[in-house]
Write a protein that binds this ligand. Structure first.
Ligand SMILES: Cc1cc2nc3c(=O)[nH]c(=O)nc-3n(C[C@H](O)[C@H](O)[C@H](O)COP(=O)(O)OP(=O)(O)OC[C@H]3O[C@@H](n4cnc5c(N)ncnc54)[C@H](O)[C@@H]3O)c2cc1C
Length: 353
């Protein structure tokens, strides 16, 4: 009998009651918990930070968060983004979710490469190429379409409420290793590591491809918040509307050296100037001080891209889903879907021996 077919002799709880244990309660952990619960699994999330918290290392509290097709990704990764779009489009019918449909205008500095964000035209609605008269002559081309934006200050509490209503449990606890989790849940056979940057320091993971990448955005209060603008090229500038909070998020910046929680006003002024050039109808050159506030968060980035895989460790299955950098929201529900299928496979092996 092979290792994976060994009948576990120490199960105290029946299959249906053994919780799937998720380390991390960011957008990846919470989206996955919701999906597993909807499929009838019992789920426990263990995390230092929970929905509603505001620590700069809890990236999910600070995202823009726009659905934008990523360039340079595999076909499977594109599909994760497409599934996310499908789920979020439905969520947008409920204002409590914090998800909204908005218009988008994307201007490209160069001709799009075949593996660029252009693939997203199969997912978004109302995609059309803009005419040269519709954009500045500094750009090579432009696209208009409808996309989705998520307000994390609403979405994370919404998810927490759904998870609890479906019977999921949150435990606030910092752990130093996955081993600690195995000891906390001796009956569980499936563990999901959705700890974001935590995977750099967990003693039995120590993934040195993970690295922190600081983001700092400006939140501008305005009622002109129905169109997203994105400059795609050497310059990385966006204006992301947040209709339910009556404002727009201006960015962006990615810093590896500076991890300060303090606002860098030079960066803020530069972001306002860039956003003004990109969307002068929305962003004034000198916004009133009381219309401006700041958002600072650390992206859980990973060289080579995010990790999504399954490992067998003795009689436990450990699924890893971390390293989403600046795209965790745009991948979230597709990753939750993929992990749910991986959990089904793992539990099938535990039950059908
Ligand atoms: C300024 C900014 C703008 C962004 N804009 C966008 C955008 O427009 N679109 C988009 O898709 N994404 C965007 N992102 C990226 C997005 O926020 C992240 O990719 C996403 O939030 C990552 O989610 P996560 O669940 O992997 O990690 P996190 O949200 O960081 O959650 C990690 C979880 O693991 C827990 N944890 C870690 N280590 C331990 C431990 N040892 N013990 C216990 N718990 C632990 C934490 O407490 C937390 O609960 C942006 C990010 C920033 C900062």
């Amino acid at each position: 009998m092979g290792e994976s077919n060994r009948v576990p002799d120490n199960f105290q709880l029946p299959f249906a009651q053994r919780p799937v244990v998720i380390l991390g309660a960011g957008i990846i952990g919470c989206a996955t918990a919701r999906q597993l619960l909807q499929h009838g699994f019992s789920v426990v999330l263990v995390a230092e930070f929970l929905p509603g918290d505001q620590d700069i290392y809890y990236a999910s509290a600070w995202a823009g968060a726009a659905w934008h097709a990523a360039g340079g990704i595999t076909a499977d990764q594109r599909y994760h983004q497409a599934v996310t779009h499908r789920v979020m489009l439905k969520m947008a019918q409920d204002p409590e979710s914090g998800v909204c449909v908005v218009n988008a205008r994307e201007y490209l500095e160069q001709e799009p490469a075949p593996d660029s964000a252009i693939w997203g035209r199969t997912v978004v609605s109302k995609f059309r190429e803009l005419l040269p008269r519709d954009y500045s002559s500094i750009f090579h081309c432009g696209w208009a379409y409808e996309t989705l934006v998520t307000d994390p200050t609403r979405h994370m509490p919404f998810l927490k409420k759904q998870i609890i209503a479906l019977g999921g449990k949150f435990i606030r606890q910092r752990v130093n290793s996955l081993q600690e989790l195995y000891q906390m849940f001796p009956d569980s056979r499936v563990f999901i590591n959705a700890s974001g940057l935590g995977s750099k320091t967990l003693t039995d993971v120590q993934d040195d491809r993970c690295f922190p990448e600081r983001g700092q955005n400006v939140f501008l209060r305005t009622d002109k918040c129905n169109t997203l603008y994105f400059r795609n090229g050497e310059e990385y500038t966006y204006v992301i509307p947040r209709p339910l909070s009556q404002g727009v998020v201006l960015g962006g910046v990615k810093e590896q050296g500076n991890l300060s929680p303090e606002v860098d006003l030079d960066i803020a002024h530069d972001e306002i100037a860039r956003a003004h050039r990109l969307a002068p109808d929305i962003v004034p050159e000198h916004p009133a001080d009381d219309a401006v506030s700041y958002i600072i968060g650390i992206r859980p980035s990973r060289r080579g891209g995010f990790r999504l895989d399954s490992e067998q460790k003795d009689d436990r299955t450990v699924l890893s889903a971390y390293g989403f950098g600046g795209g965790g929201y745009a991948f979230s529900y597709g990753i939750a879907d993929a992990l749910t299928k991986m959990v089904e496979q793992a539990e099938r092996k535990n039950v059908i021996v």
